[in-house]
Design a protein around this ligand. Sequence first.
Ligand code: FE2
Length: 325
Amino acid sequence: MKVVSVNELKIGMYVNLGKGLSSNTILEEQFLIQSEKQIANIMDQGIEQVAVDPNKSDIDVADFDDAGPDMPGDGDFNPLKNVGAELLEIIADENAPPEKKAKAVYDNSIKMMHQILERPSSSNILQGKEMISNIVDHILVDDETASALTQITSHDFYTYTHSVNVGMYGILLAKEVYKDTDENMRELGAGFFLHDLGKCEVPRDLINKPGKLTAIEWEKMRMHPTYGERILASTDHLSETIRPIVVQHHEREDGSGYPHGRKGHHIHDYARLCTIADVYDALTSERSYKKSLPPAEALRVMKDEMISHFNRDMFGHFVKLFVRH
Ligand SMILES: [Fe+2]
């Protein structure tokens, strides 16, 4: 049996949580990891390391570092660095097909966002931003991987999955709108990924609550742009590019949004881009309380029923991302 940090978990590993851990959680005692969602579920329980059975695993686990008993306190251990290094390796592999690269970008980004949202420390945000820079660079130069990314859909419920989706769609849309010329693209990418950072201060049961929120709950939910701004300011990551995205991504073109009810050009262009990516992902993602819409249907709803919320020009560019396939 090998002890592995949860950040090292991979599909194909056979984990054994033991009776103690599994009885306190919804997880089974032993199982083969078959999806990233299962890894996220383990992380969600606050578990830091687990035992992996090399004999029952589908992949070779011999190369993974044995976490050992003192892993969590190890000052040199940086989970985000591990995630980033692994991603760079796959991106650099010239023989890897675009679909595989896109999946690696996506899966590693989910792990990254999970860690940032669970612990939005300055160093975690910094590491995350470095990783986002690499992702943005890659999306800008590699059209094939970028195309493959628009094909990936998610059925996860979590804020970090949503963050990654909006991060990806936001970068793809900014690429389409600015035609690669915006020198600010890396910072812009970071803003899209981090747009909902403030949700880490909103109670989790409220974020995934089925049905309508009460007035008080809604009030709390509407605070997340302000919370996000505050976290980024206190960790010294609130750039002039990121700020409008985090603060204004729920403003709507017709003034019906929050927190300030800004209208039209009073909403920053970067936030307008984020809004489109955000709404599209909300419509196409499955939640505990609603089904997901297929991409074409989501675009139709946005055009026919919600167009007053968006900048029309930008929405036109967004549709183009999907028409090519
Ligand atoms: Fe939001």
